[in-house]
Design a protein around this ligand. Structure first.
Ligand code: PLP
Length: 405
């Protein structure tokens, strides 16, 4: 087992104090802090080779273009895609899912068809499908969950039929931490001839991901949740789908030839990347992926598993604390409530003690309504968290619980 204490030193922001107390940052599900190498990379781009890519014959443009296309290759390798042409850069998970819902809907969905999502989805993996269903007069079906916060797989299998066009499901729940059996879900969907989009926003920083092993048709994630900047994300799609679907947005970069009579479109991977790409984002994302790869995703997963177990043991001793969701396979996230106290009050008091957590519905209102609660307090981990963070958090939570009860 690697000693993870060295990696914390790579993240300058973690040295910050809030209210004169050392910061305990446990809101990584929302966004992660950035290592020095990623900050340096952004600086390097703007100091040494900033130029618009793909268009210029000049030296700087060629360097920037090469770095952007190398980044695509890095992403493809990181998630084990067959080819870097299957990697489309987007603004993030939300845009990746919107792109898929729109383009897939235009090509394959007709009146009376069915789309399946689950009851534990983030709004980003609900609303784009709802919009598409409204446009196409299709129906949204929802996989139910169990009180422990797991998908009801038998119900899912019974929902599949000849009208099912696509299944969209999260790899890891951003509220419950449930690691869904996406490989099995994809297997069953494929037996029905149905493709699957996996929302990987909360899986990508915590688990090794192999899209070919999963046999995912689409896999979406955001850079900022895996130590890269905001504004850059990825849509992996099997070439077959990306080739058959119509483009998403029109503009520069995504065309082959434009005339007023007819425009033809660029080949993959440029077909869905209209306009100047976020090349500083893609290059910095590649740097972040190199960073976590050097540590090892298996090692990161193991380190975070140990922390989760430790945190849950410590938290269980706090009076009136109840966990929301007790999935068998959990990653990255713990949600809880203290008695009937509003999560916002708990979060605000923790903040005053230097502990940053998330409170509320976490953009998953249907899930929160299922549990009939006002929201949760959510602790979410990253590779730089350690047992001292958990100890400080539990100490603070004990104080908060005693203040409130
Ligand atoms: N899906 C899940 C499971 C998430 O947790 C999030 C963000 O928290 C998203 C989608 C949306 O990600 P972004 O806002 O980066 O597009």
């Amino acid at each position: 087992m690697k000693d993870f204490s060295q990696y914390r030193e790579d993240f300058p922001l973690l040295k910050t104090k809030v209210y004169d107390k050392p910061l305990i940052y446990l809101d990584n599900g929302a966004t992660t802090q950035k290592p020095q190498c990623v900050l340096d990379k952004l600086n390097e781009i703007y100091t040494l080779y900033n130029a618009n890519i793909h268009r210029g014959v000049h030296h700087l443009s060629q360097i920037a273009t090469m770095a952007h296309e190398d980044a695509r290759k890095t992403v493809a390798d990181f998630i084990h895609a067959k080819s870097s042409t299957e990697i489309t850069f987007t603004r993030g998970t939300t845009e990746s899912i919107n792109l898929t819902a729109f383009c897939f809907g235009e090509r394959y969905v007709n009146e009376g068809d069915e789309i399946i999502v689950s009851h534990m989805e983030h709004h980003s993996n609900i609303v784009p499908w709802q919009l598409m269903c409204e446009r196409k007069m299709a129906t949204l079906k929802v996989i139910p969950i169990t009180p422990d916060g797991e998908l009801d797989l038998d119900a899912f299998k019974n929902m599949l039929n000849e009208k099912t066009r696509i299944v969209a499901v999260t790899h890891v729940s951003n509220v419950l931490g449930t690691v869904n059996p996406v490989k099995e879900i994809i297997h069953w969907a494929h037996l029905n001839g149905t493709p699957v989009l996996v929302d990987g926003a909360q899986a990508i920083p915590h688990l090794p991901v192999n899209v070919q092993d999963l046999d995912a048709d689409f896999y979406a994630f955001s850079g900022h949740k895996i130590y890269a900047p905001t504004g850059i994300g990825v849509l992996y799609g099997k070439a077959k789908w990306l080739e058959e679907m119509p483009p998403y947005q029109g503009g520069g970069e995504m065309i082959e030839h434009v005339s007023f009579e007819k425009t033809t479109f660029n080949e993959l991977p440029y077909k869905y990347e209209a306009g100047t790409p976020n090349y500083e984002g893609s290059i910095a994302l590649a740097e972040a992926l190199h960073y976590v790869s050097a540590i090892g995703m298996e090692q990161i997963a193991q380190h975070e598993q140990e922390l989760i177990q430790y945190a849950m043991e410590q938290m269980a001793c706090i009076p009136n604390l109840r966990f929301i969701g007790m999935p068998k396979h959990r990653s990255g996230v713990i949600s809880f409530l203290i008695g009937n106290e509003h999560p916002y009050d708990v979060g605000m008091l923790l903040d005053k003690l230097g502990v940053a957590v998330r409170t509320g519905h976490h953009c998953a209102q249907p899930l929160i309504e299922y549990y009939n609660i006002p929201g949760t307090v959510r602790v979410s981990l990253a590779l730089y968290n350690n047992k001292e963070d958990i100890d400080q958090f539990v100490l603070a939570l004990n104080r908060v619980a005693n203040m409130l009860l």
